[in-house]
Ligand binder design. Structure first.
Ligand SMILES: *Cc1c(COP(=O)(O)O)cnc(C)c1O
Length: 461
């Protein structure tokens, strides 16, 4: 049967007017921002595709839920509702609420990792790896090789390579591995899923060695969608059942609720073992807040519980979410713009190395391309290339990553198909005349995470 168009399973009730700017205003704004889209004021942005973190539109039910939040310091009713919801949807008995994902990563790393331990994971995420190393652990990448290849069409580029994992266990011994850190729909690989077969096999291997599997379930909903669409035997499963099956193959999870869960702030650590949860709660009171709110207000927990219910209430929600990302990717492919494939769950990644083939990597092609797209249409993306990669601490020279990309990330339930049409039209026209994009040079560079605050100027012609 021919697949029909998807459409959003909601309609718009409240609108937020956007400021329309002229090209001259945008040229001035990007120059004032040092050609760094992170330094633009959001008021000067028309379509903001900088990140999908905390940028979702809440539903009428979530806004209504805010009003019934229980702000009691201890024993908040809103906490118990959230606990019930996490048990029902994710299946973990023990809930430890935190202010956002990194708060949960901090607690998990502190209770499980001892100095000298090795933590295997499928590609790193910035905050996850930071907390593993901060606790004295060493992160080891065990993702399949295809994840690093922009042209590989592997349907599950987030899979863990079982041979690599077995080799790490062999080399260090199971007692030096506190857990395997398994990220669903791997963010840094472009939102690429793991298959259920791989999730089950990793859990089996770990169980044989007595090693727990801890999920980064921040994007597990989007991963469930790809399993339903791509993996043999899952076409008839509901998204809710697949999500539950993913979690059933783990001992716990950290979640940033700013993504799948449809809220602007929040997160949690969820566990099966009550003893582990007791240790996490002992730290929680020092770093986040009391065990019945973590870092969240009562109303935040109400909106979060409602968001978790909504994300699995129908399969259409995630279908429209990923459908929108694929729609933008398809428009760009049809226009001949080179992008990373397959298109992932949360954004489209432009291959700036190919689009700006006339610019050497030291002239920051992705940074320059992101600035040029902003000037053309007010669409804001961000650099994921040589600027984001930073410098080699030994030599002081730039690290030169293979991938030189501009990331366009889609907030959930925020933009319309016409916004995506305008975005694709702008990018296609900028790419068609890419030879007009000049290189940039650095004028200011902070020592850490330089992409957030670095400033540039056009190279003298
Ligand atoms: C965003 C994110 C995190 C960190 O969560 P915060 O809420 O930003 O602290 C961790 N893992 C993944 C996969 C993420 O996308």
């Amino acid at each position: 049967m021919e697949r029909r168009s998807w459409a959003e399973p909601y309609r718009v009730k409240v609108v937020e007017p956007l400021k329309m700017t002229t090209r001259a205003e945008r040229e001035q704004a990007i120059a004032e921002a040092g050609y760094n889209t992170f330094l633009l004021r959001s008021d000067d942005v028309y379509i903001d595709l900088l990140t999908d973190s905390g940028t979702a539109a809440m539903s009428d039910r979530q806004w209504a839920a805010l009003m019934v939040g229980d702000e009691a310091y201890a024993g908040s009713r809103s906490y118990y509702r959230l606990e019930e919801t996490v048990r029902a949807v994710y299946g973990y008995e023990e809930l430890v609420p935190t202010h956002q994902g990194r708060g949960a990563e901090h607690l998990l790393s502190q209770i499980l990792i001892s100095p000298g331990d090795v933590v295997p994971g499928n590609m790193y995420f910035t905050t996850t790896r930071f907390h593993q190393e901060y606790a004295g652990g060493q992160f080891t990448d065990v993702i399949i090789d295809e994840a690093h290849e922009p042209d590989s069409l592997h349907p599950f580029k987030g899979n863990i390579d079982l041979d690599k994992l077995a080799a790490v266990i062999d080399a260090h011994g199971a007692e030096r591995i506190p857990y395997v850190s398994f990220e669903t729909n791997v963010n840094m690989a472009g939102g690429q899923p793991a298959s259920m077969a791989n999730i089950r096999a990793v859990h089996q291997l770990c169980q044989r060695h007595g090693i727990p599997v801890m999920l980064d379930a921040t994007r597990a909903l989007e991963n469930a969608w790809f399993i339903q669409q791509r993996e043999e035997g899952f076409a008839d499963w509901s998204i809710a059942a697949i999500l539950r099956e993913i979690c059933d193959h783990s001992e716990g999870a950290t979640v940033s609720s700013k993504k799948d869960n449809l809220v602007n702030i929040g997160g949690f650590l969820a566990l099966r073992d009550p003893e582990l949860a007791r240790r996490a709660r002992a730290l929680l009171v020092a770093f986040e807040g009391l065990q019945t709110y973590g870092g969240m207000a009562g109303r935040d927990m109400e909106a979060l519980a409602t968001g978790i219910e909504e994300m699995v209430a129908t399969d259409d929600h995630v279908g429209a979410r990923v459908g929108q990302v694929e729609y933008l990717g398809d428009l760009l492919l049809k226009a001949g713009v080179p992008i990373v494939r397959p298109v992932g769950g949360h954004g489209v990644f432009l291959d700036a190395r190919r689009i700006c083939a006339h610019l050497p990597q030291e002239h920051f092609p992705a940074q320059a391309l992101a600035a040029a797209i902003y000037v053309d249409s007010g669409v804001r993306g961000m650099e994921r290339g040589i600027v984001s990669a930073g410098r080699d601490p030994e030599t002081g020279d730039h690290k030169r990553p293979r991938l030189e990309l501009v990331r366009l990330t889609l907030p959930r339930r925020v933009y319309t198909q016409a916004h995506l049409d305008v975005t694709a039209e702008s990018i296609a026209s900028v790419a068609a005349e890419a030879e007009r994009i000049g290189g940039l040079e650095l004028v200011y560079e902070p020592p850490e995470l330089r992409f957030f605050q670095a400033r540039f100027q056009p190279l003298a012609a």
